[in-house]
Structures are given as structure tokens and as C-alpha cells.
Design a protein around this ligand. Structure first.
Ligand code: 0L1
Ligand code: MG
Length: 263
């Protein structure tokens, strides 16, 4: 680690306040170019600790930047991992207040819900599918705290990978007999298709993103517990939204989920 503990605490407080006050900032590596990967995840951990102390509950985890479309869009070359707390969760068909966010974008994702814990190292697609209770369509609302979404990977990891809100819907479908690679997704904004793709866009198989996440947590002495939700990453580029927008995700065989954006 390159940063002092005091600097990590200070950056976590600063970034979390940016989230809570919907206030953007320049990327933190501008002032801390020496920051390393461990520092980045230590800042994210401290943000998580701060939320837990205030009574938030961890409801899931996410893999981000898992499709080549997303990596290209954000000029990065590897995935990142973050956590989801209870207040990020929006009911199917529910509202997201744009005034609580900076510049939200939506991503079409496949969510995995686990029936058994998953702990790396050594997790692979097979172990993920065996531990999966069911999959569901998910729309992730991301909201980088960095001005104009201009960041590098370390800054984005510290910022809990832009996590903000998510919605799950459609049907709870067993992965038995389901080919997640060829599963088609259509993301609609105000009734018009705005992004199309298939599961294979996520690291060739969405379960591969969940395995990477479990291995990442395992290396840090953590695991994905049974019952947890895992967002496996945007299948397409993220799409910007504004108050008044209505977004629906339709996933082949899994049904649909939707969300409305209000002032
Ligand atoms: O969930 C994601 O893929 C987002 C990861 C962070 C990068 C971004 O804000 O686009
Ligand atoms: Mg995402």
C-alpha cells in the first residue's frame, strides 16, 4: 500500500460524501498518483464500513466493466468489483430520484442469486452455476462520482465502481438448461430499443464475471454468501437517463424489469 491510513480514511469520507450529497469531483488519483490497487479497495472497504456503522445492510455485490463494450466506452482494460447496500435497491417498476444522483446511466445485466456460498480461489463457471439458485433481469443505475465520468480504474474502484441503484424483475429462472451466453437482451428507453446484446458480451459468459468476483473476494479473505445478489456487469454500453425517462429491460426467457426516473 502506498497511502497512509489517515489518507485512506479521509478519501473514503470525501468520496462517500460526494455520493450522499450528489456532488461530483475530479478523480482522486489526480492528487494521489501513487495510489495502488490495495489502496483503491481499502478506500472502497472503508466506504462500506461507514455505511454498515450507520445501519445499512449489504444485499449484494457487483462486477463492473465486464464487457468489452463497457471497457472500450470507459477506456479501461479490466473489470472491477463493488458492493450493493439495501438503499440501492429499487422495486420493480419503481422510481429513482435523479436529484439524489449526479449523472445516472443504466446498464442491462443478468443478476445471479446464490443458494450456496462461493469462495475463491479456484471458482469457475461450473462452480458459479452449481451455487446459483436463480437468475433474473437487472437494470443497474450507475452514477460515477467523477466529473463527466472521467476516471481511471483505481479511482473508480475506490468509488465503489459507480454503484448507485439497481432493480431486479421478471422471473426467477433456474440456470439448468439455460444458455446464458446466447440469452438476448433489449434495453428500451421510453419505448424505443436503445441497446441490444447477448450474455456472451460479459467475458464470454456472465458466470465468468461472478467467478472472477468470488476469486477476488477470496484473495481478500471474503466470500459471496448464500442468498446474495450478484450483478454480473453491463452487457452493452451504459445509456444516460434524465427525469421523465422510463427504462425497461427485456431478457429472453427471463421476462422484463423496469424503472422510472423522476426529478
Ligand atoms: O457497473 C459498471 O460496469 C460500472 C463500473 C464503473 C465504471 C463506470 O462508471 O462506468
Ligand atoms: Mg454494472
Amino acid at each position: 500500500m502506498k497511502l497512509e491510513r489517515a489518507t485512506i480514511l479521509c478519501l473514503a469520507e470525501y468520496l462517500e460524501n460526494c455520493e450522499l450529497n450528489a456532488q461530483d469531483t475530479l478523480k482522486i488519483t489526480d492528487d494521489h498518483p501513487e495510489m495502488d490497487w490495495e489502496d483503491a479497495y481499502a478506500i472502497q472497504d472503508e466506504i462500506r464500513r461507514r455505511k454498515l456503522v450507520r445501519g445499512a445492510r449489504i444485499v449484494g455485490y457487483k462486477a463492473g466493466l465486464t464487457s468489452y463494450a463497457k471497457m472500450k466506452q470507459m477506456s479501461v482494460d479490466s473489470p472491477c468489483f463493488g458492493f450493493l447496500v439495501d438503499y440501492f435497491s429499487v422495486v420493480d417498476g419503481g422510481e429513482v430520484k435523479v436529484s439524489e444522483l449526479i449523472h445516472p446511466k443504466v446498464e442491462p445485466e443478468i443478476a445471479f442469486v446464490l443458494k450456496k456460498p462461493l469462495k475463491g480461489p479456484g471458482c469457475h463457471i461450473g462452480s458459479v452455476l452449481a451455487a446459483t439458485d436463480f437468475v433474473m433481469p437487472a437494470i443497474e443505475v450507475i452514477d460515477s462520482r467523477y466529473r463527466d465520468f472521467k476516471f481511471d480504474l483505481k479511482s473508480v474502484i475506490a468509488d465503489n465502481c459507480s454503484s448507485a441503484r439497481f432493480v431486479l424483475g421478471g422471473s426467477m429462472t433456474s440456470v439448468e438448461g439455460l444458455d446464458l451466453r446466447t440469452l438476448g437482451v433489449v434495453l428500451e428507453k421510453n419505448g424505443q430499443p436503445v441497446a441490444l446484446g447477448a450474455g456472451a458480451a460479459v467475458l464470454n459468459h456472465p458466470a465468468a464475471a461472478v467467478a472472477m468476483l468470488a476469486n477476488h473476494l477470496g484473495a481478500r479473505g471474503e466470500e459471496l454468501p448464500a442468498g446474495t445478489v450478484v450483478l454480473s456487469g453491463g452487457i452493452t454500453e451504459a445509456v444516460a437517463v434524465a427525469p421523465g425517462d422510463h427504462v425497461t429491460l427485456r431478457v429472453q426467457n427471463l421476462g422484463s424489469t423496469s424503472i422510472r426516473f423522476v426529478e
